[in-house]
Ligand binder design. Sequence first.
Ligand code: ARG
Length: 458
Amino acid sequence: MKMWSGRFKKELDSLANDFNSSISVDYKMYKEDIEGSIAHATMLEKVDIITKEDLNKIVEGLNSILKDIDSNELEFNPKAEDIHMFNEEELTKRIGDSGKKLHTARSRNDQVALDIRMYLKNKIKLIVEDINKLINTLINIAEENLDTVMPGYTHLQVAQPVTFAHHIMAYVQMLVRDTTRFKDCYRRMNENPLGSGALATTTYPIDRFMTTKLLGFDIPTRNSLDSVSDRDFIVELNFDISMVMLHLSRFSEEIILWSSQEFKFIELDDSYSTGSSIMPQKKNPDMAELVRGKSSRVFGNLMATLNMIKALPLAYNKDMQEDKENIFDSIETLEICLLVFEGMMRTLKVNSENMREKAKKGFINATDLADYLVKKGMAFRDAYKITGQLVGYCVDENKSLEELTMEEFKKSSELFEEDVYKYIDLDYILAQRKVYGGPSPEAVKIQIDDTKEYMKNI
Ligand code: ARG
């Protein structure tokens, strides 16, 4: 028999019951549901809606349920409508009539809005911890590779030299931004909807400020209709998670490229690689590929949540029950991706020699050669043209720019002198890129220090 069965003459069809039930998803919020109920009951007693005796029984009953769920002694009933009904039914089973008083001045609409906020607040903290762990691992890699020269690319064509440290730190900046987004989202989530009732609060003299304090929220939400209809924070969190997944996916793509025979910039540890069932030579970057692949499902969750909400009139509609499956999936996907990605990065080997070799190819110093002529007094456009012609010549002759003889240089411009070789040397041109935010070892060292400092204040 349903708790709401009073006005019905027939029981709910069994298939309809399963269809309607959300316990297979929302059981995850059992702890938050119990905590929220204890705060609600505590407040009800304070304002004289229930007696001290009722309160004691309710708190004791709820705590015993929590203990039994934690220790697997109490199983969730798959036929229950949702976690809220399950906990309340179980409470009444255990303590009798006092249990029936718990739901006074409350609706499942404000209850679910509360539980999901509490659950997600905890998850945000864990996610930020996991991102920070990855950031620390990446910073360690960067610190060890300040001098590891690497070709920088645009259009996936060799462009200008960077270092492996600089490239890794680019991802650190993305991840640091991500943590700020979570913290911002947390701030908006940290408002207490409990007491909004079904949609229009209640006539009981409840104290929403008291439950706000008891449950560790900043303030109560300011509009009861909005409180039970609002799922913005779920969309927002889904977006914030999508953004991390987007960053991890781009990073994965590079890991996949770098570990290929064509690049050979890195070698993944055996413990984070897989083999082929037919090709004995294969060592595949499955972890990175899976992170890249899973990002699409997370983006799908974001879209699904947006679409679920877009045409709902105020206030609560059952469609909203669909919000949890998506956000829980996004959270769990992100959590495992962050952990695996961190391990994969922590154990990979950097082939610095090979990176340096690749950086020597592809006329990576062409911009610097043009800049050399500019320093000697030529206009940049003219210098650019002459350098372009020299590159064309080198392509025909199968040479690099630094292999050109002084005679060959002079044929292009009288401004070339012996010092040109120094100005187009790989290490030199890297060291010269010491502008704030640049790739020179000196500048990346500053970048790392400043990033650590910045992270302390977010
Ligand atoms: N299981 C529901 C959900 O997740 C709880 C709220 C139910 N409210 C209602 N009026 N039926 O959204």
